[in-house]
Ligand binder design. Sequence first.
Ligand SMILES: [Zn+2]
Ligand SMILES: [Zn+2]
Ligand SMILES: [Zn+2]
Length: 86
Amino acid sequence: MGIRCPQCGRELSADAKFCLDCGARILPAKTICPCCGKEIPRGRLCLHCGYMLTEPCPHCGAELLGKENFCPECGRKIHETEETAK
Ligand SMILES: [Zn+2]
Ligand SMILES: [Zn+2]
Ligand SMILES: [Zn+2]
């Protein structure tokens, strides 16, 4: 069973990291908790030990350490401050 590109819908192998068609980055559905090492669904909190996971880059999905201001992968600002006029 493969996965589908979120962007173009092309079927890809389950371990594909990028879409072969459009080049979109494929995010793994699961991640490994750096604290207890268990496989957990991608999210903010480890279900096993309660460790707070860092959020991936909101733009490209790259794994971050949580300290970066700019994504090392795409170079965009991580925490986009919504400076909309109030
Ligand atoms: Zn694609
Ligand atoms: Zn954990
Ligand atoms: Zn990024």
